[in-house]
Ligand binder design. Structure first.
Ligand code: BF8
Ligand code: SF4
Length: 637
């Protein structure tokens, strides 16, 4: 199946429909807002105490308390990274609690879907894994993981997921994060008025906090998800708004928690629900996903992906969605205004997420299967209220191959990453680039990501996609081997021919960026026992960022030795010192830094330069050197 016409047309059509029907969306609200506040975008607005709020200018270089631009910008960034890390880590906590409850017989309807993933994780933490039942091991592992949250005066054990050389670097730089909760609480304490004011000291804790996310929250959420719901394997599906069906009851799962969407997916496949749908005059129930919950069910069940963060309201604007079931993160409150214009019921399934206009339906581990069936039955009952004359579903849908866990990649390569390592060493593959993060309506959405991905694969750079950037690739047909392979260079084409490994690998949701860290560590181990992520031709790009989770991801990637190219500025431009720390000093300290390239051609050039210099450095076995100076800002010259 070829994608029919430019895929962003589906988005454009629904923006126009919303406009014609007077339904507000983030696009119309963005236009109404106009240019954002320059104090906010530069990080120079401080509102951490009531002596202020203070806005720093040349005439007023210090806040009322005496804090300067460096302190304020660094403090704001640390708060952002703490919040983004908290989101991933609290998600992980819920997964670990589910695992603990399952082990204790308190999570009815759940099971260990992937015992091999359980044993793999147990071994990583030094647990005896062979002579005990699954549930006993799951209970022990859950206890180990819960202790990662509460550890006070020791580093997180999960830091050992990184190569030894990287851990040594963190030890030397004092960046080894203690327990997740302590690290994040300390971030908030340090940024209260009158505590930590040295921007370098604040930024060190920013990196430490991000590490608690990458190797703590994100890695644990990923491993726990694989144990409970299965380690993803390659699976075919379709993506874009055209996955909605005019003759079926359309239900959208949206958010990040795989437990809820898993239960909905299981219930949606039941004959009982199909019979209800037929009795209501529909051809069946069509379950589709939005955002990272969408990636979770895509990866494990091949459920179609309607879109990323920018398609959430537009799915409703089709007029064909009976119910949208949300959990946590990236579920815009504006959904309520969009849904008010149609017959769509919005449901929130998380106890910590309430929004006016959403029906609270918390899933609590007791009878979640029954709860999922009752919700779907209610969705079916809404089908009769659909206004046929207002239904307009875009035709665009692109084929997708998803499900690339590290285990799946290794499996395709014949059981070992050696074929990839050899190609990275001799240059047939010039590197691996993670393309991650959100889609932002402030920029020409998706075009940056798509142009970059096309440029990278044509130059034989293997792309690892996650989150909304993966949804963007999906819409462009870049997650379809049949469409992507002809656009790839000879090295990637040969890799696909020999091993069926496509040029663009969909690694999963945003917490699954931990799979990129896992892939990096596995490649380093395959290269030689002393290698580190900083020695490998790895790079990451976040073309468009929205959520505070993305600066957190960017910081843990840099702390791991992976250069990060952003397509939009961080909110740090008000402090040249903070920007110099993130680009140059981080490079000296950690072998990687933050770069900003506002256009995809610049990002492509910078990515290739970084990858080639890493490969050359590795070949020459010289130690990392300071990067090219980038003047006062992170931006590419
Ligand atoms: O965690 S990429 S808009 S959906 S934050 Fe959110 Fe950004 Fe999308 Fe998933 Ni990730
Ligand atoms: Fe102003 Fe200082 Fe209070 Fe911030 S902490 S609002 S800079 S007085």
């Amino acid at each position: 199946m070829d994608p029919a016409g430019p895929q962003h047309e589906a988005t454009d059509q629904m923006i126009a429909k919303a406009g014609a029907e007077g339904v507000p969306t983030c696009f119309s609200r963005l236009a109404a807002h106009g240019p954002p506040c320059a104090f906010g975008t530069s990080g120079l607005c401080c509102r951490v105490c009531n002596l202020g709020p203070c806005r720093i200018t040349r005439q007023r270089p210090r806040g009322v308390c005496g804090a300067d631009a460096d302190t304020i910008v660094a403090r704001n960034l640390l708060r952002q990274v703490a919040a983004g890390s908290a989101a991933h880590c609290d998600h992980a906590r819920h997964m670990v609690e589910l695992l603990r409850d399952l082990a204790a017989g308190r999570a009815e309807g759940y099971r260990i879907e992937d015992p091999a993933a359980l044993r793999r994780a147990g071994r990583l933490y030094g647990l005896e894994t062979e002579r005990k039942p699954d549930l006993a091991l799951a209970g022990e592992l859950a206890d180990v993981w819960l202790a990662e949250f509460t550890a006070q005066d020791r580093p997180m054990r999960s830091l050992a997921l990184a190569p030894p050389a990287r851990r040594e670097r963190w030890r030397a730089a004092g960046l080894s994060a203690a327990g997740i909760d302590r690290t994040i609480v300390e971030a908030l304490h340090r940024t209260v008025m009158g505590v930590d004011h040295d921007y370098r000291h604040l930024l060190a804790h920013t990196l430490r906090t991000a590490l608690a996310d990458g190797y703590g929250g994100s890695a644990i959420a990923t491993m726990a998800g694989d144990i409970l719901f299965g380690t993803p394997r390659p699976v075919e599906s379709v993506a874009n708004l055209g996955v909605l069906h005019a003759d079926r009851v359309n239900v959208v799962v949206h958010g990040h928690n795989p437990a809820v969407s898993e239960k909905i997916a299981q219930a949606a496949g039941s004959p009982e629900i199909a019979a209800l749908a037929r009795a209501a005059g529909a051809a069946g129930v069509n379950l589709v996903g939005i955002c990272c919950t969408g990636h979770e069910v895509l990866h494990r069940h091949g459920i179609a992906l309607a879109g990323g963060v920018l398609q959430q309201e537009l799915a409703i604007v089709t007029g064909a969605v009976e119910m949208m079931i949300t959990d946590v993160q990236c579920c815009m409150p504006g959904l309520a205004q969009a849904a008010a214009g149609y017959h769509t019921e919005l449901v929130t399934t998380s106890d910590i997420a309430r929004t006016e206009g959403f029906t609270p339906e918390p899933f609590d581990g007791r009878d979640d299967d029954g709860h999922a069936r009752r919700l779907l039955a209610r969705a079916v009952s809404h089908f009769r209220r659909r206004e046929a004359a207002r239904v307009a579903i875009p035709s665009q849908r692109a084929p997708v191959l998803a499900g690339f866990s590290v285990q799946a990649i290794r499996g395709l390569l014949g059981g070992s990453l050696r074929p990839l390592v050899e190609r990275l060493a001799d240059g047939r593959i010039r590197g691996v680039a993670a393309i991650i993060g959100c889609s932002n309506p402030k920029v020409a959405s998706d075009r940056y990501a798509a142009e970059l991905v096309r440029g990278l694969i044509s130059r034989d750079v293997l792309v690892a996609n996650t989150g909304c950037a993966a949804a963007a690739s999906a819409r462009e047909g870049l997650l379809s081997p049949a469409l992507a392979v002809p656009q790839a260079g000879p090295g990637l084409r040969q890799l696909h021919e020999q091993y069926a490994l496509p040029p663009v690998l969909h690694l999963g949701s945003c917490v699954n960026n931990a799979r990129f860290l896992e892939l990096g560590a596995a490649l380093a181990a395959e290269l030689d026992g002393r290698a580190d992520l900083g020695d490998l031709p790895l790079v990451a790009t976040a073309p468009e960022w929205i959520s505070e989770k993305v600066p957190a991801i960017g910081c843990y990637l840099v702390a791991s030795g992976v250069d990060v190219i952003l397509g939009q500025d961080l909110q740090t431009t008000g402090s040249p010192n903070v920007e110099a720390f993130l680009s140059r000093h981080a490079r000296e300290l950690l072998g990687a830094g933050v770069h900003v390239c506002l256009d995809p051609a610049g990002a492509l050039g910078r990515a290739m330069e970084l990858l080639d210099s890493r490969r050359a450095r590795r070949a020459a076995r010289v130690s990392p050197t300071a990067g090219r100076p980038t003047s006062s800002a992170l931006r590419a010259p």
